[in-house]
Design a protein around this ligand. Sequence first.
Ligand code: NAD
Length: 365
Amino acid sequence: MLEFQYQALPGRVVFGAGAARRELAGELDRLAAKRVLLVTGGSAEETARALADPLGERVVTVFAGVRPHVPLRVAEAARALAASVEADALLAVGGGSAVGTAKAIALTTGLAILAVPTTYAGSEMTSVWGLTENNRKTTGTDPRVLPATVIYDPELTVGLPARTSTASGLNAMAHCVEAFWAPDRNPVSTLAAREGIRALAEALPRVRHDPDAREGLLYGAYLAGSAFAVAGSGLHHKICHVLGGAYDLPHALTHAVVLPHVLAFNAPCAPEAAAAIAESLDGGHNGDNGNGGDPVARLRALNTELGVPCGLRALGLRADQVFEAAELVAPLVPEDNPRPVDLAALRGLIHAAWAGTRAEAGGGK
Ligand code: NAD
């Protein structure tokens, strides 16, 4: 029996190679933006400044201090700058950290965001904000933080190093896979997730040697963000959210390492989702993907091919933090996760992800 609720999100998307340079001024006109604050930082700053340069004085100032997971002090500094220059719009150019900082400003000011993502994190499609203080990450949902316009330009991601690109693409893959069982999933988010997995699985292995792969990756990231924006966070995102906030683990790689373990845990209790994920990983063909139609084996093989470290311990998580992490995650897990989750199961799952134990469907028992 088909029964669902679907709250479609507003927002304009412009996609295409060269679109950022071509369309940026016109898209700011659409938003009636006259005093723009550019929000950027890290390795994306050069790209951001070059993009904003032709806008001249319309960009009144630059906040270039973005940090991973949006520390509260960074958000407060960015908000103070926006107020001091009387900004009337935000231009976020960079990865999830730049978009997240713009969201933190929009949360208290209501300023419109034009986002130009340069990674595959997908934050630009969601109305989810996140702030970190004292090693704890708080997240929430607010329509004010959803970017009004997103320009996806594959050319801007060509300079993203291969290792960052593959980790970020697997972050997008995690949004898609989790969208199959996340609490607010519906047939539309599932369709986006299926196509996102197909596009990402096709493009990820090519990214090291083929600049054309960037288009598929960014398209997959857009679909991943769209699916995640509607379906919400399930078991996988709750685990990664705790690991990122409490132990400062690298966001995208944490997703990449944990995903096969969550899929292995849930797959036996979500056979239709597992079959659809396997089919999409195999390019949308309803056949054997060389791994007996097993999506866990397929994802594991993809991680190996892309050189993803096999355990969270390689990312800096200590053995004595595994059980603590499980306790932090336990109260956050959605009740309708396909497989019941108790503290023992969480300890098993996070320990397996920490040790880099080979994820097998039905794992975590
Ligand atoms: P990030 O923004 O920190 O970028 C990762 C790295 O890539 C950084 O070192 C950055 O300087 C570099 N970089 C970015 N663009 C570049 C470019 N064009 N060339 C070279 N280097 C470049 O990390 P991320 O993985 O994009 O995003 C992760 C953050 O986003 C986390 O804080 C996460 O919680 C958040 N996020 C939020 C949502 C949401 O819906 N709210 C969704 C996904 C991710």
